[in-house]
Design a protein. Structure first.
Lengths: 292, 632
């Protein structure tokens, strides 16, 4: 056969007429309405946290003579709490503290989980050990785990990070293990093996890139879960130590005044909602684009 | 016959929305009629719109598909505009459907009796006893032995062919006027395919149900249907009685498709004929004839003026009564309609396809690969399955050894064991006289350089995350045969060797068609300059017009590079044409090995005879020669 089968032409861009490079699915996902809204919400909250010292105008623990002032009080746009501290400052610094925790805890859990999954993929014995360890962690309800860890380490920032990471390890580990097992049975992996490619390279170059998509989605989902765990731990008083503000701590503090000063609770509630909604929308957009 | 047609499709248009918002015009202006009791085949290659047309009839289009024009009239009722309740009343009750894959179409946790019971109840089945009696009748009708007892069995207790029978029984439960079968035998072995086609033929005769059979296989058309509708690029290109269309095609595409089907009667060493080029991109607007770009007879006007389906001179009326088939011998079913500007004017038949060329191949040389008493058993906790049972073979340089067998015969396992993708449990593999059955790490690496493999599924065997260039360069990197700086050059050389544009190196596999992907797979296998190439069903996922290109490429490469080929396939006709020798596998054993022509003309083993008899040939049933009688 001598016909030269020409490669199909890349689709042409309707405006420029130049060959259009197919966009990476993640970028395509974030360009959808859903992805943009999600990313916008997340960026808004993250920016508020990062710029907290510039935006707040007060220190998060500075007290004034006004206690439980309503929103719109001069100098305190969101009002003050029961101890006369500026609510805007506490909210912004609370976001900052929260972000600091989840930005460390979730990647830590993800990395450890993935490393364990890789170890499990290498040998059946390691697989059994790792799987049973995951079962053990998953068997504890999250809050019991949180209470157990703080019972040993005491409350504080580090135990919160540890609890979140510990809760995420089996989630990521299981997901990656499944991905590796599925991809390992695919024909292109056999083809690579017959083609002489070494085991390590097959894992890093062939299996992992194809198993990574669900991990990216899970990462966004786990960030939401982490916001909840942090909030719940601070709310129960086993999280970051007062007077340092976190979203959960501010919320917990506002509870007794819910009837007389609802604005007290509104700030952290709205923020957590925006952050969780933003992350969920991003995760949803990513997973829709990947599943296509 | 003056009765109005049972089903009348007029100017049907179907569009899909692509992910980037464009429109894909999958079916364009399709019109046909179906009479009571008629058997109609819709034949075409992938992307021709045949399945989409069938699904559109019942408005069961998947995803973004929608009917954008035309009418589907069933006894005068337009289904294209009917509301959902009206459609539900038609689905199953008036039109029954049989799907392609009998392995996944039955719910594994329900018994076969429950499946039938549900359908009967949906169609207003009265009391339970009556439904059960009817279910037993239906199973008996489709030829399941001991139906009363089998009713309480689960799908996994039935074979593939029996499951397809159960699905046919379910489709017949509502006593439909039309049975719509979408590739009902594609997932089945040739011998089982034969039984199912016989069953469908018998059922339409005894129950008077009309049959619409969608298939890509011209042999199935010849075997099962009175009339055939040939589709290409979403349009109907030819419509007429099967015997007439198969023996005297009026449209160049039909003629090309028929010529591309490998014939079991063609001797070893015959080059397959293909249709050059690729099918049209359906997302682009179509000017003129869809086939014009690939047509050897095309004139300038073919590219601009769209042909309509018109009756071809000299075929109407009584001229074909001699060959007309049993049912539906009306005057207008006897005529052939073709969508070709030239066919409408032409009075002589199409020029016959050029006589098939011979493959000029040198005589095989010394033996490179020898297997002795290979054994392979797959063990699970409950039972073990013997995939290879004392298989022995030899392969010489420049020789093609064809391996044929049905699914589960162990041919893919043999390929993987020979390519050292799976270890053998017993026996010996000798490469160039050296025992390489259980090679060490270094020895395995050098064996892999010499023995390479081409895989069946061109979609699954290429890593979707790598570019074509990276895929082809992977073995170069692994074996270190080429300095890193020269890899790009070697990749370009390999791509040219398999007939691809070297610019393809930067693109991902998803932007290529099946045939082009298979070329990439071949380039990858050739990268380490192997002596033996093991091809595991390299063409069974491809259309016939593309199949010839890939088979031709493999034989040319063999001639130029002196490769020894193991060519595994289930289609005896292809295997005969490309192979020097053929080995027939059955239940893990090689039951017969002989020179290709010898085996096809004088089969010794009864199983080989059964395979030969079941092979569907695209020849009208009456004109068919007995097996073994070869026309020159």
């Amino acid at each position: 056969m001598t016909t030269l089968a020409a490669a199909q032409k890349a689709p042409l861009d309707s405006r420029t007429g130049k060959p259009r490079r197919p966009r990476h699915p993640y970028r395509a996902a974030l360009a959808t309405a859903r992805g943009r809204t999600g990313l916008g919400l997340v960026l808004l909250v993250v920016l508020a946290g990062l710029l907290a010292p510039l935006l707040a105008g007060h220190g998060p623990t500075d007290q004034s003579a006004l206690a439980l002032a309503g929103p719109g009080t001069p100098g305190h746009p969101l009002g003050t709490d029961d101890l006369g501290r500026d609510l805007l400052a506490r909210l912004l610094h609370g976001i900052r503290a929260d972000l600091g925790i989840i930005a460390v805890a979730v990647p830590l859990g993800a990395v450890l989980g993935c490393l364990l999954a890789l170890a499990a993929a290498c040998h059946p014995l390691a697989d059994t050990v790792v799987q049973r360890a995951f079962d053990l962690v998953l068997a504890f309800p999250g809050l019991i785990l949180a209470l157990a860890v703080t019972a040993i380490l005491g409350p504080g920032r580090v135990p919160v990070i540890l609890v979140i990471a510990l809760a995420e390890i089996p989630v990521f580990g299981r997901l990656l293990r499944t991905g590796i097992l599925v991809q390992r049975g695919r024909e292109y992996v056999t083809a690579a093996r017959v083609g002489g490619t070494s085991g390590g390279r097959i894992l890093t170059r062939h299996i992992l890139p194809n198993a990574a998509d669900p991990l990216v989605v899970q990462f966004a989902v786990s960030l939401t879960v982490a916001v909840f765990i942090e909030g719940a731990m601070s709310f129960l008083g086993v999280g970051v130590r007062p007077p340092e503000p976190t979203l959960g701590a501010v919320l917990s503090q506002s509870m007794p005044y819910l009837a007389q000063a609802p604005h007290f609770a509104a700030g952290p509630l709205v923020t957590v909602t925006a952050l969780v909604l933003g992350l969920s929308l991003t995760a949803e957009a990513l997973s829709r684009e990947i599943r296509r | 016959m003056t009765t109005p047609p049972l089903l009348e499709v007029q100017g049907l248009d179907v569009e899909f929305t692509t992910p980037d918002g464009g429109a894909l015009h999958a079916v364009r202006e399709v019109s046909f009629t179906l009479r009571r009791g008629e058997t109609l085949a819709v034949v075409g290659e992938s992307g021709s719109g045949k399945s989409t047309t069938a699904l559109a009839l019942l408005r069961m289009l998947p995803g973004t598909g929608r009917i954008t024009g035309g009418a589907v009239r069933l006894d005068g009722q337009d289904l294209a505009t009917a509301d959902e309740p009206a459609l539900r009343a038609v689905r199953g009750a008036r039109v029954g459907m049989v799907f392609q894959d009998p392995m996944t179409a039955l719910n594994p946790v329900l018994t076969v009796g429950r499946h039938l019971d549900e359908v009967l109840r949906a169609h207003g089945g009265r009391d339970r006893k009556a439904r059960r009696t009817r279910a037993v009748e239906l199973l008996a009708l489709v030829g399941i032995p001991d139906p009363e007892r089998r009713l309480d069995d689960h799908p996994h207790q039935f074979s593939g062919g029996q499951r397809q029978r159960v699905l046919i029984a379910m489709a017949l439960a509502g006593e439909p006027d039309i049975l719509l079968a979408d590739e009902p035998t594609t997932a089945l072995d040739a011998t089982v395919q034969d039984q199912i086609l016989t069953l469908l033929g018998d059922l339409t005769r005894t129950t008077g149900t009309a049959l619409v059979l969608i298939t890509h296989n011209m042999g199935v058309v010849a075997r099962a249907c009175d009339r055939v509708l040939v589709m290409y690029g979403g349009t109907v290109v030819e419509d007429g009685p099967t015997a007439e269309v198969l023996s005297r095609p009026r449209h160049p595409y039909t003629a090309g498709l028929l010529a591309a089907v490998p014939r079991l009667s063609a001797p070893s060493g015959t080059r397959l004929t293909g249709i050059p080029g690729t099918p049209p991109d359906l997302s682009l607007p179509l000017a003129g004839c869809a086939f014009a770009a690939r047509c050897t007879l095309a004139e300038a006007r073919c590219h601009t003026a769209a042909p309509t389906l018109t009756e071809v001179a000299g075929t109407g009326g009584d001229t074909v009564t001699g060959t007309a088939t049993g049912a539906g011998t009306g005057t207008d079913t006897g005529s052939v309609r073709a969508a070709c500007l030239l066919a409408a004017e032409r009075t002589d038949p199409l020029p016959p396809p050029p006589p098939p060329a011979r493959i000029d191949r040198p005589a095989p040389g010394a033996v490179v690969l020898r297997a002795e008493g290979l054994r392979k058993t797959y063990k699970s906790r409950r039972r073990s399955f013997t995939a290879l049972d004392h298989v022995s073979l030899t392969l010489a340089a420049g020789e093609t050894l064809g391996i044929v067998g049905e699914s589960g015969s162990g041919k893919s396992t043999l390929a993987r064991v020979l390519a050292h993708a799976h270890p053998a449990d017993g026996g010996r593999i000798l490469l160039d006289g050296q025992d390489v059955t259980r090679p060490g790490r270094a020895a395995l690496h050098s064996v892999r350089r010499r023995v390479q493999m081409v895989f069946q599924d061109p979609y699954a065997s290429l890593n979707p995350r790598m570019t074509v260039g990276e895929i082809v360069a992977e073995p170069l990197r692994a074996f270190g045969t080429v300095a890193p700086g020269e890899r790009a050059e070697r990749v370009a050389e390999l791509l040219r060797l398999v007939g691809l544009d070297p610019a393809a190196a930067d693109r991902h596999p998803r932007s290529f068609s099946g045939g082009q992907r298979q070329r990439v797979g071949i380039a990858r296998a050739l990268a380490p300059e192997p002596a033996v190439l093991i091809c595991d069903e390299p063409v069974s996922a491809l259309d016939v017009s593309v199949q010839a290109q890939i088979v031709g490429l493999l034989t040319d490469l063999q001639r130029d590079l002196g490769l020894a080929l193991v060519f595994i396939a289930h289609d005896l006709a292809v295997v005969r044409q490309v192979s020097h020798r053929i080995a027939v596998m059955h239940e893990g054993r090689i039951v017969e090995t002989a020179a290709a022509d010898e085996l096809c003309e004088r089969p010794r083993d009864p199983y080989t005879r059964a395979l030969l008899a079941a092979a569907p040939e695209p020849v009208p049933v009456r004109a068919r020669l007995p097996v073994g009688a070869v026309s020159a």
